[in-house]
Design a protein around this ligand. Structure first.
Ligand SMILES: NC(=O)c1ccc[n+]([C@@H]2O[C@H](COP(=O)([O-])OP(=O)(O)OC[C@H]3O[C@@H](n4cnc5c(N)ncnc54)[C@H](OP(=O)(O)O)[C@@H]3O)[C@@H](O)[C@H]2O)c1
Length: 265
């Protein structure tokens, strides 16, 4: 059965995801009719940017939109669904880590709209080129979400809750942990007054290498080479940073183990 095209959306939440998604939808001519947020200031601000109504009471939510997007902290999904009853309206969340079925008490027509990208408040991140992972419990919902996602990006995949959770875990390693590793590098440089800028071409090249072939084939460094003198020197330099030393040892020993098991690629 062909579902109605999604023309009017309600955003529940006003954080990074709601802001980026809201702006991308409006940019494609989709109307965001209403924004709900726990904190009124942030909610009103986003509603103004999207030319939408702001509501502070979730029970006052409009019943006439085509899609309801829960773009709130994962832990808040459970809190909010207790107050949401939307019969057969299409309701999705945007989380990588929460199963779709959690929404089944809200509506008969549920799904997930999970953009596999990192959205921060300080950076404008468009949707073009971003994979969007979809899930829906009806054929009609699948079609509606696919049509909507394809307005924002060419990379649209249906991924079930189990595989989405695994993708999310992989994304934590690939993006969140990488960002923290670079934070450590920045901290070590700044503590000695060394310009962090010096490391940026290396960081860019590392990200570039990952696009080509098997990732581990680009691995370099003292652990990979088995250079124990350099490893010992680095450990000594980290004597005043016990937390960083723990990370250094753990990752170095994993590189050595990975190379032993998989060989030099
Ligand atoms: N940001 C990303 O890179 C990214 C990427 C993919 C998927 N996601 C998913 O998108 C969802 C939203 O993430 P986000 O990055 O937008 O988070 P965020 O910027 O931290 O915003 C969190 C939102 O949740 C609301 N919230 C938090 N606790 C709440 C509670 N107890 N009751 C009611 N509302 C509450 C916040 O309201 P207040 O303003 O009142 O605090 C805010 O609107 C999450 O499921 C996340 O996994 C995020």
């Amino acid at each position: 059965m062909q579902g109605r095209k999604i023309e009017e959306v309600v955003l529940i939440g006003a954080g990074n995801m709601a802001s980026h998604l809201g702006l991308a939808l409006v940019g494609q001519g989709i109307k965001v009719v209403e924004v709900y947020n726990r904190t009124p200031g942030t909610g009103k601000n986003l509603a103004d940017r999207l030319d939408a109504r702001f509501i502070a009471d979730i029970n006052a939510i409009t019943r006439t939109a085509d899609l309801y997007v829960l773009a709130v902290a994962d832990s808040a999904i459970t809190t909010l669904i207790g107050s949401l009853r939307l019969k057969d309206k299409l309701v999705v969340h945007t989380s990588g880590a929460v199963e779709m079925e959690i929404l089944s008490q809200v509506s008969e027509n549920i799904g997930v709209f999970y953009p596999l990208q990192t959205f921060a408040a300080c950076r404008e991140t468009g949707f073009r080129g971003i994979p969007v992972c979809l899930e829906a419990n009806t054929e009609q919902g699948k079609q509606q979400l696919e049509d909507l996602a394809k307005k924002l990006t060419d990379i649209v995949h249906f991924v079930d809750s189990g595989n989405r959770k695994l993708l999310h875990l992989a994304a934590v390693f690939a993006a969140n942990f990488t960002n923290f590793m670079v934070t450590v590098a920045e901290d070590l440089c700044l503590a000695q007054g060394i310009p962090f800028e010096l490391l940026k071409p290396l960081i860019r090249q590392t990200a570039e290498n990952i696009s080509h072939g098997n990732v581990f084939q680009h691995q370099t460094g003292p652990a990979y080479r088995g250079d124990h003198d350099v490893l010992a020197n680095h450990r000594a330099l980290l004597a005043n940073h016990p937390d960083y030393l723990e990370i250094y040892n753990l990752i170095s020993s994993n590189i050595i183990k990975y190379k032993t098991v998989h060989g030099k690629l």
